[in-house]
Design a protein around this ligand. Structure first.
Ligand code: ACO
Length: 339
């Protein structure tokens, strides 16, 4: 989405009746924790190498028979509870995932059924590690247009299922988990002080899809395939694209980095997060990090980080939150939320 068209939309925000507001949050991590030392028992790697290059110390791995929809449903239940919202009020479920239970139907409809909801729309969004930003933008647009009143926006992944566990350059980087937000329609007020999603900006550049992909799929190999990545290329592009996405979000809202209470980045790699923050002059104590404990949970990483920081009291009502992410495609984007 080009900034120019976004600015036009921004100008018309004041005419809209609704804004989507964060009503609740929840997260879920599978019980099993795998440390770097555990990995070093079957892959040629070390705790030092992984910590130095990525900041990752451990990751959670889903149990046999535990699926992406199970993680998503647990996170959604917690988000509904925190919002004090009954599942029957939900009229939109958007699940961001690159590791769906099945090719179809969407993981979102399984979550819908597991929550006992049988009305409204439910579908998946696939933008890999930017998936949650895309899903939030979709739900926000539904709500602002009056097409939904109460949305569950979920990021959920079981990346452990698409890793090549003999490839040390990728298998050490990822983990499983889920995070969810309940977004409710609230009356839109002009300016950046009233609660809700203030802006979303989405981007993609398909010419870069060969740097990070899965080498299988229903239409090509009829297999699930494994994740493949040119780590250096991803790193090289990530810092510039993410810093630009953050700049774009700030500029669209007339904000300075100092105005932001919390930067909640996609948790790919501590070095990427730190380099992006440095470019923006954002101090480390305003950044939510979960990469050390969760590793990279792709579309789940941002909502997991949001939910955990809200639960432990760092993120509070009225705070200004900036989320940003980048992933396979490449896709990238950002959103500004008054919590
Ligand atoms: N343990 C020990 N050694 C390793 C490991 C490992 N797990 N993985 C690779 N190595 C070795 C390589 O074999 C290589 O050895 P060699 O010099 O003998 O050939 C050496 O370490 C250096 O390998 P590089 O790939 O050049 O290492 P680099 O410094 O680039 O770090 C990393 C690799 C961490 C993947 C880095 O490129 C990176 O952070 N890239 C970003 C990728 C990323 O975050 N992807 C997440 C998905 S995308 C997203 O979410 C935005």
């Amino acid at each position: 989405m080009a900034r120019r068209s976004r600015c036009k939309r921004k100008g018309s925000h004041n005419l809209k009746m609704y804004r989507s507001r964060v009503a609740g949050w929840g997260s879920y991590l599978p019980e099993r924790v795998v440390t770097n030392r555990d990995l070093a028992e079957f892959v040629d790697t070390s705790d030092n190498w992984i910590v130095d290059r990525t900041g990752i110390q451990q990751r959670h791995i889903a149990a046999t028979g535990e699926y992406t929809s199970d993680l998503a449903t647990r996170a959604a239940e917690r988000a509904l509870e925190s919002a004090g919202v009954d599942a029957s009020d939900v009229d939109l479920i958007v699940v961001a995932t690159a590791t769906p239970d099945q090719t179809f139907p969407a993981t979102a409809v399984k979550v819908q059924a597991d929550l006992g909801v049988s009305r409204g729309a439910a579908f998946d969004v696939q933008a890999v590690c930017t998936g949650f930003v895309y899903a939030l933008a979709v739900a926000d647009n539904f709500i602002r247009l009056g097409q939904a009143e109460c949305a569950l926006v979920i990021g959920a992944e079981t990346f452990s299922r698409i890793l090549d566990w003999s490839d040390r350059s990728t298998c050490v980087l990822f983990g499983d988990g889920a995070g969810a937000l309940v977004m409710r329609a609230s009356e839109a007020k002009p300016g950046t002080n009233s609660p809700g999603v203030l802006s979303t900006h989405l981007h993609a550049d398909g010419t870069k899809r060969g740097f990070l992909y899965v080498d299988g799929g229903p239409s090509t190999t009829q297999t699930t395939g494994h994740l493949r990545m040119s780590g250096r290329e991803v790193f090289r592009h990530a810092v510039g694209l993410l810093a630009a996405a953050v700049d774009e979000a700030l500029e669209a809202n007339g904000l300075e980095p100092d105005d932001i209470d919390w930067l909640v980045p996609h948790q790919a790699n501590k070095r990427i997060i730190d380099a992006t923050a440095k470019k923006l002059g954002m101090p480390e104590d305003k950044i939510v990090y979960t990469i050390d404990r969760h590793a990279n949970t792709s579309a789940a990483s941002i909502p997991l980080a949001l939910a955990q920081a809200a639960e432990d009291g760092r993120i509070q009502r009225g705070h200004l939150i900036l989320i940003e992410g980048m992933g396979g495609g490449f896709t990238w984007g950002s959103a500004v939320i008054r919590w």
